[in-house]
Design a protein around this ligand. Structure first.
Ligand code: 5GP
Ligand code: ZN
Length: 115
């Protein structure tokens, strides 16, 4: 279900245009508008699922599809040899800004320890 106020739903539906690096109809990838690393890509399911904790099984399957798609997206972005980090923020302490599940792909520099 799309959420009318959700930025990622609007990008997914095309209401807000964005360059899609990958799109299989179910999940798509875009560059983060405020990159935290030289390469910062978001892999986003088209369907609105806020948190994994309360995702119906198709929401969990969408999240799994994001993980499945990530290596190909990372390879296309040139991260194959250098490596990358996958991050999914969930809730307040993670600093999650957009309450629509998504996977971050971060790379292009040594990322340091997680904190
Ligand atoms: P979160 O903190 O929810 O895990 O990550 C949300 C990410 O979405 C942030 O890194 C933020 O920069 C990015 N973001 C927020 N709004 C937009 C947008 O309109 N376009 C794109 N490409 N990225 C966005
Ligand atoms: Zn949404």
């Amino acid at each position: 279900m799309a959420d009318a106020n959700c930025i990622f739903c609007k990008i997914g539906s095309g209401e807000i245009p964005a360059d899609k690096l990958f799109d299989d109809g179910r999940v798509f990838a875009i560059r983060d508008i405020n990159p935290k690393a030289p390469v910062h890509i978001l892999v986003i399911p088209r369907a609105h699922t806020e948190a994994l904790a309360d995702a119906p099984s198709d929401g969990a399957a969408d999240a799994a599809r994001c993980v499945e798609a990530a290596p190909g997206v990372a390879r296309e972005a040139g991260l194959d040899a250098s490596g990358y980090r996958l991050v999914a923020n969930q809730g307040a302490d993670s600093g999650q800004e957009v309450p629509h599940f998504h996977l971050h792909i971060l790379g292009g520099r040594a990322l340091g320890p997680m904190g």
